[in-house]
Ligand binder design. Structure first.
Ligand SMILES: Cc1ncc(COP(=O)(O)O)c(C=O)c1O
Length: 472
């Protein structure tokens, strides 16, 4: 992490804790540089960063002051009320069209949930890739399912942190989390079967359900509390639900963290009604504070519990590695291995070798601890900018982790039209309708906040706000 950003975060924390109060003068550069043990120029850079995000303001010949009017958090988006009946997924072709339209180097990339390379541990990964590339004998072969034992072992160690003690041999390496979820769905359901999902949910999941010819049953979901258990219970009593796919930790797009009680109740409901739980824990390592949240799997205590744990390193190491995994109920592991094998034989040996080596270096935890406060700050910067530049009444999620924001605009705004306008200004955003099987959320957008803050980025948010205003 750049040092000045770290100092900016630490000063901001003091402001949040009330150590420096609104209207007070921020201590001068010299005392701050002594307190933090950094150079004066680092403090000056940190001050500039804090000024650009609206935490402090400069007063001529007198230094920096804590902003008088602390930023008021906007209201949360409303809880969703999707049509509660199973339906085929429609309209997902749009996702690829939009991705291709925005896939240009000069775009401000706020659409796909992909962290800018500045946030990823790429140097350490590069060293591991170099080492792997030199082991020609090994990577010139398929790493057939379940996958490379060294990587299975590293993943099993990591899973201990979310309270899952698993046998490394039961971890099946996949091409990212997308394939992990797809294989799990294929293992538990067939075309025409009903799959319960959060609403809104990650569009990649909708695409998988669509491609497998299954039906999606959207369950009302609250940005703060997550999927409604009462609604899910009613749904499973009414429809033959085969599986529920959820993102329990820092979901995409709402950023919700399910409480432990909620997780436990969900596992119990699945047990009682005999449907499988497919949990996508891709963002679980990216919490802003506190311990690493537990997985749903860690609440599965009965031999009947059918929890498929899926994740990957796409958000925390590199999406280009295409390395994820699924840990299925033990009786289903062979089925998953078979399905993986017939899909594409094996995940890249080179990627698996490099990733296993990178994880074995033991630096990943330190990296995560560095990037978590950065994402917290990014999300805060985006929220503040949206509150400032978008019309009043705009609602924004308050995620507890991850790096995406869900923004609910005036109901009159059609965010697909907004997306096309944004593309003309070389800005990509994700329109709300792709997060729903029934193309709801037409007045919402999802923004990727993992882009380094810069005047160009701020100008893009100003432009988006202007476009929204113009469409009212
Ligand atoms: C919730 C969620 N699941 C799965 C994926 C796909 O992940 P991967 O690149 O590991 O296949 C994404 C990517 O954005 C995601 O946000």
């Amino acid at each position: 992490m750049t040092l000045y950003r770290d100092i900016a975060i630490r000063i901001n924390t003091r402001i949040e804790q009330g150590l420096y109060k609104p209207g007070e003068r921020l201590p001068g550069v010299r005392p701050l540089s002594e307190q933090f043990g950094v150079s004066i120029s680092t403090v000056v850079q940190a001050q500039r960063q804090l000024e650009s995000q609206g935490s402090i303001e400069a007063r001529p010949r007198s230094g920096y002051y804590i902003c008088q009017r602390p930023w008021l958090k906007p209201e949360l988006p409303t809880a969703s009320r999707p049509p509660q009946k199973p339906m085929p997924v429609t309209g997902q072709e749009l996702v690829l069209q939009l991705a291709l339209a925005a896939n240009q180097a000069d775009f401000v990339q706020l659409g796909a949930a992909v962290p800018h390379s500045a946030f990823l541990p790429l140097r350490a990964l590069q060293r591991s890739l170099g080492k792997a590339a030199r082991s020609y004998q090994q990577f010139a072969n398929y790493a057939f399912p379940p996958g490379l034992p060294e990587l299975q072992e590293q993943i099993a160690r990591r899973m201990l942190m979310n309270a899952d003690a698993v046998n490394p041999a039961d971890i099946v390496i996949t091409d990212g989390c997308q394939e992990a979820v797809a294989l799990s769905l294929r293992a538990v359901a067939k075309p025409g079967d009903v799959i319960a999902i959060e609403s809104p949910t990650f569009y990649g999941l909708l695409q998988v359900i669509d491609s497998l010819g299954m039906k999606a049953l959207e369950i009302p979901t609250d940005p703060q509390h997550g999927i409604s258990l009462a609604a899910l219970q009613m749904a499973v009593e009414q429809w033959p639900v085969k599986a529920c796919v959820t993102i329990p930790n820092f979901s995409n797009p709402l950023g919700t963290l399910l409480s432990d009680e909620h997780k436990q109740a969900l596992v119990l409901l699945a047990r009682q009604h005999r449907f499988a739980l497919i949990e996508d824990d891709l963002y679980g390592d990216l919490g802003f504070a506190g311990d690493r949240p537990r997985s749903l799997k860690s609440f599965a205590s009965d031999p009947q519990d059918q929890v498929y744990y899926c994740s990957s390193f796409s958000k925390t190491v590199s999406p280009g590695l295409r390395c994820g995994w699924v840990h299925a109920p033990v009786a289903s592991t062979e089925r998953i291995m078979y399905l993986k094998h017939v899909s594409n034989l094996a995940t890249s040996s080179l990627s698996q070798m490099a990733l296993a080596d990178y994880l074995a270096q033991g630096t990943h935890e330190r990296y995560l601890r560095q990037v978590q406060p950065l994402y917290r700050q990014q999300v805060a910067l985006f929220s503040q900018a949206i509150s400032k530049y978008f019309p009043p009444g705009t609602r924004i999620t308050q995620p507890a982790g991850g790096f995406v924001l869900w923004v609910e605009l005036d109901p009159r705004i059609d965010t697909l039209a907004l997306t096309h306008r944004a593309i003309e200004h070389k800005i990509s955003i994700a329109p709300g309708q792709i997060f729903s099987a029934s193309q709801k959320y037409r007045n919402c957008i999802r923004l990727n906040c993992a882009q380094p803050w810069s005047p160009r980025l701020e100008a893009a948010l100003i432009e988006l706000g202007r476009q929204v205003q113009g469409m009212l």
